[in-house]
Design a protein around this ligand. Structure first.
Ligand SMILES: [Zn+2]
Ligand SMILES: [Zn+2]
Length: 755
């Protein structure tokens, strides 16, 4: 009996062919297995019927841990007797099906780690140790099929030892494309900050020692460079902040072990499970009260982003030092993608760092670390990148056409929606200049090729002046396909609906800014969304933003806007005039503009949180996205809702002026923690109550919460409580970021329904 099988899914780069080889031989079958150019695997087996059946059973039941089978077709025919044995054939270039893809990068497996530590092993101390179960994938592949020649390891020809393992069916590295050792593989080396090589027998451990001595080292990894420094010393971090012009933005750190992590942060079992999974993301953990790391790592915040070593190189770094953790921040200049090439690193980072730890393997795809926060057991993904991309989100319903969603402006990702799968790219960043724009374009190309997708429709933001909107129009012309703009907050809710396969929902979409259907600045919205429409049902009160973007940067301007006309407030603002770049003069100009009612207005929830943060003296200047609101949440962690303000509505408006006024009046009477908590509580309860009313009136059973504000654990918890107590179902994101990293997915889904 002969059976011809096609398997689609994540079946290349996961040890699938070696696995097929083994079960075929075990079941006494002849034939072949091969990779194809569309990421599908072809199998032909011949043998006794019983053996074939057993083979098929094992194929499904015992597949390698990283393999995902999306579809499998089997064709049973008469045996032809053309094979003498079972073999792994050279890959075919055939491209026929879409929807398969290669896996994300996988952190070092336990077997490779124990070999790294075993003095008798050929790869003892070898930093680029990998096997069929682990190593870079998405960042190493240039094109399909997943063969060594199509990866950036092709420049290193295997030594005899590696080659023997590669060809040995009983070996874990049988057909492992990234196999290498210290004799034949990539090499790591130290260099000064102008790129001059530094002689060292043991360059990686030497880099670790340099970090402990207080030097700043840029370290090349699998998806780009990190900038590293000791985590218990403030001097290098002060220096790093100074040269990077990053006064406050939190740095991620890498801890040597989970035990070390527990000495400075609280780690519960769910967090530990995620931290040690093959994804190894950065997880936001609550700092312990006795946290002894430098306060400069995440100033003013109650939590800290921590990850574990995920490559052999990372483990070696910690070997000869006592530091519990290193700062490990993505190496990128503002608004530029993560640095990936050695020359680029010298040019961009040379003035920031003291040393480089290079290796001589190229990076095919840049990819930042992923960042996740746990709300109870729920994963709130802040950045979905390494370890996740390009694994798809599965949808219950098939999309009407193949749509490319291109994101908004900040935290952009791209999304290719094809049939019942959505492939979301790695984190691209803020697309405001040419470098990130070309990173986005390359990623779109890479993703459509890897998934063999033909884009029929392009979806973008409704904002006419976004760089991504212009890119969408250009691509639309090039590919001759329609471009469908999708309103920002509608895209947030559409992505939530798509993730949970819900047909209609009342969605609370709260963030900093999104271009509204009426051309206004939206950001605190309650929307009704269904398969064929969205309607704005309610929103936060419109508040003036004096000076537009300046009001985002300096939240005292928001306070001025919200409470203007009040003599006590104006006096208070003047007393804080040193917090305005141009002092008293600036305060006077701001107040004058308000009297003349010249400012644009916004319904943004983020801007109200910013204003509260400024009234309470928590944050006067926003130096990174979300800073005042994040610090407000941190300040509120041990507070209570002492004010218990009653939600007030005026037509479709949720009032916020009296909230800010009340906080202002009480600012010297109550603690900052209690007032911060009271303000968050008011916003959460009033949004939830308004959404519940809207759901009831519209006969909708589900209420959802999306947008960047949904990262706030307290707000999410209070909204959930209110919604569920009223008898409605409450949904938040689980697989897609609530923030703008999830916009491309929502855009694609919404546009697909319009075709
Ligand atoms: Zn391994
Ligand atoms: Zn070798």
């Amino acid at each position: 009996m002969r059976t011809e099988i096609k398997v689609s899914g994540i079946v290349q780069g996961v040890g699938f062919r070696p696995f097929i080889y083994r079960i075929a031989v075990k079941n006494k079958l002849v034939g072949y297995v091969r990779n194809r150019g569309d990421a599908v695997v072809d199998i032909v087996v011949e043998g006794k019927e019983n053996n074939v059946k057993n083979f098929l059973r094992e194929l499904k039941a015992k597949k390698p841990p990283l393999a995902r089978i999306y579809e499998m077709t089997t064709n049973f025919v008469e045996g032809r007797g053309e094979f003498e044995k079972f073999s792994i054939l050279e890959s075919s270039k055939e491209v026929e099906l879409s929807g398969s893809v290669i896996p994300p990068d996988v952190s070092i497996c336990d077997e490779c780690l124990s070999e790294l530590r075993d003095p008798r092993n050929q790869r003892y101390n070898y930093f680029f140790i990998t096997c069929t179960n682990c190593g870079p994938r998405y960042t190493v592949i240039k094109e399909l099929p997943y063969d060594r020649l199509n990866t950036t390891v092709k420049d290193f020809s295997m030594c005899e030892f590696c080659n023997r393992e590669y060809k040995d069916p009983s070996n874990r590295r049988f057909h492992a494309q990234t196999v290498a050792c210290s004799k034949c593989g990539p090499r790591a080396y130290l260099a000064t900050n102008d790129g001059q090589p530094v002689k060292s027998e043991d360059s990686i451990r030497e880099a670790g020692r340099l970090l402990e001595e207080g030097y700043i080292v840029a370290i090349k990894g699998n998806g780009g460079f990190h900038v590293a420094a000791a985590a218990t010393q403030s001097e290098p971090i002060v220096r790093l902040r100074k040269v990077k012009h990053r006064t406050q933005k939190p740095f991620a750190i890498m801890a040597r072990s989970i035990e070390a992590m527990k000495s400075f942060a609280q780690v519960n079992t769910d967090e530990a499970e995620l931290l040690t999974s093959y994804i190894k993301p950065i997880v936001l953990l609550r700092k312990r009260d006795d946290c002894y790391l430098s306060e400069l790592i995440s100033p003013g915040l109650h939590n800290i982003g921590v990850m574990l070593p995920y490559t052999g190189l990372h483990y070696l770094l910690f070997d000869e030092v006592s530091e519990p953790a290193f700062v490990m921040t993505s190496a990128n200049s503002p608004n530029r993608p993560i640095v990936a090439e050695n020359q680029e690193a010298i040019k961009r980072l040379g003035t920031t760092v003291d040393f480089f730890l290079f290796h001589n393997r190229n990076i095919a795809q840049r990819c930042d670390d992923s960042v996740v926060r746990l709300h109870g057991q729920a994963h709130s993904i802040i950045r979905r990148s390494r370890g996740y991309a390009p694994e798809p989100i599965h949808l219950k319903q098939s999309a009407n056409s193949c749509v490319l969603g291109i994101g908004a402006e900040l935290n952009v990702t791209a999304c290719v929606l094809s049939k019942n799968k959505a492939f979301i790219s790695q984190h691209i960043g803020d697309v405001e200049n040419i470098e990130t724009l070309s990173f986005l374009k390359n990623t779109v190309n890479h993703l459509t090729r890897l998934t063999n997708s033909e884009v029929e429709v392009i979806a973008c933001d409704l904002h006419p002046r976004f760089t991504t909107t212009r890119l969408a129009q250009r691509l639309g012309n090039e590919l001759d396909c329609p471009v469908i703009p999708v309103q920002h907050h509608h895209a947030h809710i559409a992505s939530l609906m798509g993730e949970h396969d819900v047909d209609e929902m009342v969605g609370i979409a709260c963030d900093g800014f999104g271009y509204g259907s009426d051309g206004g600045a939206w950001g605190g919205e309650i929307l009704f969304c269904s398969q064929d429409e969205f309607r704005r049902l309610a929103h936060l009160e419109e508040q003036p933003m004096v000076g537009g973007d300046l009001a985002t940067r300096y939240p005292l301007r928001m306070v001025a806007g919200i409470l203007h006309g009040n003599a006590a407030v104006e006096e208070w603002l003047l007393s804080l005039s040193d917090r305005f770049p141009h002092g008293e003069r600036e305060v006077e100009v701001v107040l004058k503009q308000l009297r003349r009612d010249l400012a644009v207005k916004t319904t943004s929830c983020g801007r109200v949180l910013d204003a509260i943060s400024a009234v309470l003296g928590i944050c006067y200047e926003r130096t990174y996205e979300g800073e005042p609101a994040m610090k407000l949440e941190s300040a509120a962690t041990n507070g209570a809702d002492v004010l218990n303000l009653t939600p007030t509505f005026e037509g479709a408006t949720i009032e916020t002026t009296h909230l800010v006024r009340e906080i202002f009046i009480q600012r010297d009477e109550c603690s900052v923690a209690d007032l911060a908590c009271s303000a968050q509580s008011y916003l959460a309860r009033s949004l939830a109550q308004r959404a519940v009313d809207a759901a009831r009136r519209n006969g909708v059973k589900t209420v959802g919460f999306s947008g960047g504000v949904a990262y706030n654990e307290y707000l999410t918890r209070v909204i959930r409580r209110t919604v569920e107590k009223s008898g409605f179902k409450f949904l938040v994101h689980r697989q897609v970021p609530p923030g703008d990293g999830g916009i491309s997915f929502g855009q694609a889904l919404s546009a697909s329904l319009q075709t």
